[in-house]
Design a protein around this ligand. Structure first.
Ligand code: GDP
Ligand code: IMO
Ligand code: MG
Length: 430
């Protein structure tokens, strides 16, 4: 954005803020887009003309010709789903030749991680997290446990084979202990990895090196986050989080560059709040309004199809996200979804009994019991989808945006008023 050369795009709520759309729009003026964490749990939707694309692992810059798209070392790479996504894009006419690079240091997510994810959800004391079932937790557990298999390990066929045999043996035991009702298809997994190995090796690169060299030549880079701040392993609503650091500081580590290479951090916030899966959501709507906004905003998971829980904009979360991500700017999405609401609320604090707090609490159990303190603003009751300039927005919409800006102390750089690429307003500041 603007004169910034290396920009992080990070979700500031519970995921699905519209990062895909924002990255696609910003990718117009960059050379490289790199994902820095997560895996196929992400679902980033991009609309180009009448076509809709949902990207799970391939960065959302891919729909601009010639942009180079990288998957950093912080990503867990699901080989099977990656090539499914790759082939589906090619079938839809997207030229990927020479455009995708995968970190040699990225850990592989293998089919058994998905089985382990299911077992761990079924057996979890205290009930399931409501994961996407994509094997994310178990893959990161293997990484942190120092028993993962990385892209670089695939270079040697014999070593790949040995590592796989060891992993399959261990997982088979683990799954039987976990009373899995479905056998691990060891031979199928082994054959599949050995076959896909041939396809992934030519894409393997040192993402940090490639990015630093590109920056040195004056090229521009976007680092694309997945999930959102409240799902961050350290800073989110633990344990109802994902298994990676989603926040901006992880972007540098996740692609292999130092933090001083990053020039700007754009936080993406939806004009209201959504969450998929379990865990506290302080501003969650009552059933009727929840159903209405879900329909207005088509709030169904891009990865799992699950209905998303919806609620009012939570300025406590947004302010927290501004701090933990060090935001230099905001992109506000889905403002148009609120077009028909006569009144719009923003939670500015939480109340527990007599106590009022304005900081996001670390204790997730207490978060489930807080009562949001709301400020009510008038709605604009005008369709915003056609607006392309800030001045074209009705005063009530501008007032709402000003409150969001004030609450986060981060300047709004971009406002999205529809799913299409052109449905965007850039503010003068950008
Ligand atoms: P991501 O995971 O953060 O990339 O977000 P998702 O793609 O999962 O969910 C965002 C949804 O909102 C997608 O269906 C987008 O097409 C849609 N979307 C993005 N921006 C806007 C907007 O400004 N208005 C409307 N109505 N929809 C939007
Ligand atoms: P994008 O990138 C919304 C949620 C799951 C679950 C929790 C843990 O599209 O914003 P996991 O499968 O990661 O172990 O699940 O995190 N979750 C997401 N919610 N958007 C996402 O990605 C998500 N990725 C994971 O619903 O509550
Ligand atoms: Mg999504």
């Amino acid at each position: 954005m603007g004169s910034q050369r290396c920009t992080v795009v990070v979700g500031c709520q519970w995921g699905d803020e519209g990062k895909g759309k924002v990255v696609d729009v910003l990718a117009e003026s960059v050379d490289i887009v790199a994902r820095y964490q997560g895996g196929a749990n992400a679902g980033h939707t991009v609309h180009v003309g009448d076509e809709e694309f949902v990207l799970h692992q391939i960065p959302a810059g891919i729909l601009h010709p010639q942009r180079r798209c990288l998957l950093g070392n912080g990503v867990v790479l699901d080989l099977e789903y990656f090539f499914e996504e790759y082939d589906a894009l090619v079938r839809r006419g997207v030229d990927l030749e020479g455009r995708i690079g995968v970190s040699q240091r990225a850990h592989l997510l293998l089919p058994y991680h998905r089985l382990l994810d299911r077992v761990s959800e079924e057996d979890r004391a205290g009930g399931p997290i409501g994961t996407t079932g994509r094997g994310i937790g178990p893959a990161y557990e293997d990484k942190v446990g120092r028993r993962g298999i990385r892209v670089a390990d695939l270079a040697d066929r014999r070593r790949t084979s040995e590592l796989l045999d060891g992993a399959l043996e261990r997982v088979d035991r683990q799954l039987r202990d976990g009373h899995l009702r479905e056998p691990l298809e060891r031979v199928r997994v082994r054959d599949q990895v050995l076959a896909l190995r041939e396809r992934i090796l030519p894409l393997a690169v040192d993402t940090g090196l490639e990015i630093v060299e590109a920056l040195a030549c004056g090229r521009r880079v976007l680092l694309e986050g997945a999930q959102g701040t409240a799902l961050d392993l350290d800073h989110g609503t633990y344990p109802f989080v994902t298994s990676s650091n989603t926040t901006a500081a992880a972007a540098a580590t996740g692609v292999g560059i130092g933090p001083t290479f990053v020039d700007a951090v754009v936080g993406v916030v939806k004009a209201y709040t959504t969450r998929v899966g379990h865990g506290p959501l302080p501003t969650e709507f009552e059933a009727e309004l929840g159903d209405r906004v879900r329909e207005l905003g088509s709030e169904y998971g891009a990865t799992t199809g699950r209905p998303r829980r919806c609620g009012w904009f939570d300025a406590v979360v947004a302010r927290y996200a501004a701090r933990v991500n060090g935001l230099t700017g905001l992109a506000v999405t889905k403002l148009d979804v609120l077009d028909t609401l006569p009144e719009i609320r923003i939670a500015t604090a939480y109340r527990t009994g007599e106590e009022r707090c304005t900081e996001f609490p670390a204790n997730t159990t207490s978060l489930a019991d807080v009562e949001p303190v709301y400020e009510t603003l008038p709605g604009w009751l005008t369709p915003l989808g056609g607006a392309r300039q800030l001045e074209e927005l009705p005063p009530a919409a501008r007032r709402y945006l000003a409150r969001i800006e004030e609450a986060t102390s981060a300047p709004i750089r971009m406002i999205s008023v529809g799913t299409r690429r052109e449905q965007v307003i850039f503010t003068k500041l950008q």
